[in-house]
Design a binder for this molecule. Structure first.
Ligand code: DCP
Ligand code: MG
Length: 541
């Protein structure tokens, strides 16, 4: 096996980008106001919007033998996400099951929702994460609207959605929060300080309520929302009232010698794995460090880690650092444990980071069968590239530069544990041939040519032996380069930051588009594609 094939892809990595500009003790100054939205039982809702009669029935969406999601009626009856279909049928015999393997309609709904929200937010400061989450930076809208408040009549306020058109907006009651708060409050203070963080968050809670109601009434989707000052906190606090609820994390955000801030009070109770940015591997290292036991499954909370004797950035660096891990991981995680996240909203990411198509197989052990499947995958891949990357004027918005083939050889029965098996992908990348961008050619012809001229030779290099049996094939285009027009107003520095931050991408939550990073089987660390060559040299020394 060559070194290249010793890397296996990690599916389902999403990221909360963690900045480093401030330490946990930095006083908050003019904090941003960030909203988080997560659509409720997203795939199930897409079917309900198509067929409203499904709303009152227990509904589950099937992919392979698994319930990927189910509506809340099904959840009331004991079903949950990522359950086996056969268990779901046993627990709820009248469950309605719909197939959700073709992602097209989810992708389309996701785009429609994103475009609606982006049109509302000044400067389009909206970041999409996966299919069903959005982060919104509404700082400018909130500061403008706080200035417009009349302190003598807060109950009859008007939220301006357009600076140019003073009639565009909605009436709201600025004497109280919209939705729930953490911690729970009865009433807002009688004479609120209009410039305070609390007031800014209160106004933002009404904007969040307005956006959620628009999504529901215009497109039919309910969403759960969080309101705070960073992506990390907005996402976490949003999940307090699910589904179809919203929660604002109230100040104070700064601790005093006498009292912990609400940020700490809120974060402290969370199990560490629940914190965006702390993936399963990191959580395990922390559990092992705190309990002294390998493979400990004891519940370890943020408070346990924060207050553990000797804990601090340096100690975290020792526990979590190592080959392949991001530089400064200790101080980054120390910040996260204190709710400090200064990462910016990355706008305009309606372009995917990569496009990847895969299928799994019971048995795949002849070259002819592999060739056939590769043509099927190539066809879907080229179709997806055309849907996602070509604009209305038939112009490519971005060109992927790399073609990657991954396979997962099936281990002999009983020879591997589930975990190793899962991560046992091997892959090979080559430059993507230019002919796949020819829009005038038929997809089928391009797919045949791609397999014949590129994919089969990659396959032979991955599997030089005569005999193999595969359980999975994945074909992906990665390394997307945006066309000039798309970049116009984009800040190059921000794009670079995005790439650097991808290295700190430590959450392994599910995402539709697996990120371009690979797990090194020698040291186990996720390595972004661009860093693989350097990482291989590190091991070769
Ligand atoms: N999804 C998937 N595979 C997973 C997790 C999720 O295919 N392992 C899909 C189905 C979900 C969608 O992604 O509908 C969004 O994921 P969420 O975890 O947000 O789940 P839901 O939106 O379905 O439910 P919730 O109401 O809990 O947010
Ligand atoms: Mg959701």
């Amino acid at each position: 096996m060559d070194i290249d094939s010793q890397f296996s892809t990690v599916l389902g990595r999403t990221s909360i980008f963690i900045g480093t500009r401030s330490s946990p003790n930095t006083p908050a100054m003019a904090q941003n106001i960030i909203l988080h939205l997560d659509y409720d039982c997203f795939y199930a809702s897409v079917f309900e919007v198509e067929q409203p009669a499904l709303r009152s029935l227990p509904l589950a969406v099937q992919q392979k033998q698994i319930v990927v999601t189910c509506n809340y009626e099904a959840r009331r009856r004991g079903l949950h996400k990522l359950q086996l279909i056969k268990d779901a049928k046993r627990i709820c015999p009248d469950v309605v099951i719909v197939l959700g393997e073709d992602l097209t309609k989810f992708r389309n709904a996701s785009k429609e929702l994103y475009l609606l929200v982006r049109a509302l937010v000044w400067g389009g400061r909206v970041e999409k994460l996966g299919f069903d989450e959005l982060f919104l930076d509404v700082t400018e809208m909130i500061d403008y609207n706080v200035e417009m408040l009349n302190p003598n009549d807060l109950a009859h306020s008007f939220f301006h959605l357009d600076r140019q058109d003073p009639t565009e907006g909605f009436i709201y009651d600025a004497s109280q929060f919209c939705g729930s708060t953490f911690p729970v409050t009865e009433v807002a203070p009688a004479t609120p300080d209009l410039s305070s963080l609390g007031m800014r968050l209160l106004v933002a809670s009404h904007l969040q309520g307005h956006i959620r109601s628009k999504l529901e009434h215009q497109i039919g989707f309910t969403a759960t929302g969080g309101i705070s000052t960073s992506k990390l906190l907005a996402k976490l606090v949003g999940s307090v009232h699910k589904p179809n609820g919203q929660t604002t994390l109230l100040p104070p955000y700064e601790s005093t010698p006498e009292e912990d801030s609400n940020v700490l009070k809120f974060l402290d109770e969370h199990e560490i794995r629940k914190i965006p940015g702390i993936g399963s591997r990191m959580a395990q290292k922390l559990r092992t460090h705190l309990t002294g036991k390998e493979d400990s499954d004891e519940k370890v909370t943020v408070r346990d880690v924060r207050l553990f004797p000797g804990m601090g950035p340096a100690s975290l660096e020792k526990i979590l650092g190592g080959p392949g891990s991001a530089k400064g991981i200790g101080s980054k995680m120390w910040n996260v444990l204190h709710g400090v996240d200064t990462s910016e909203i990355l706008e305009g990411r309606d372009l995917p980071t990569q496009i990847s198509i895969e299928d799994s197989y019971g048995r795949l052990d002849t070259l002819e069968a592999v060739r056939r499947e590769l043509v099927v995958l190539s066809r879907s891949l080229i179709r997806r590239m055309r849907t996602d990357l070509v604009d209305e004027t038939s112009r490519w918005r971005a060109h992927p530069r790399t073609l990657r083939l991954s396979t997962r050889p099936r281990p002999p029965p009983g020879s591997e544990t589930g975990r190793t098996y899962q991560s046992n992908r091997i892959s090979r990348s080559v430059p993507l041939p230019g002919f796949v961008f020819h829009l005038e050619e038929h997809v089928d012809a391009l797919a045949e040519r791609l397999v014949q001229e590129s994919v089969l030779s990659m396959f032979r290099r991955l599997h030089p032996d005569k005999s193999w049996n595969l359980s999975l094939l994945n074909l992906a285009v990665t390394n997307l380069v945006e066309s000039a027009g798309e970049q116009q107003s984009r800040d190059i520095g921000k794009m670079f930051q995005q790439q650097v931050e991808a290295e700190v991408d430590v959450s392994d939550e599910w995402d539709d588009e697996p990120l371009a990073s690979l797990d090194c089987v020698l040291c186990g660390y996720p390595i972004p594609l661009f860093a693989i060559e350097a990482h291989q040299m590190y091991h070769a020394q």
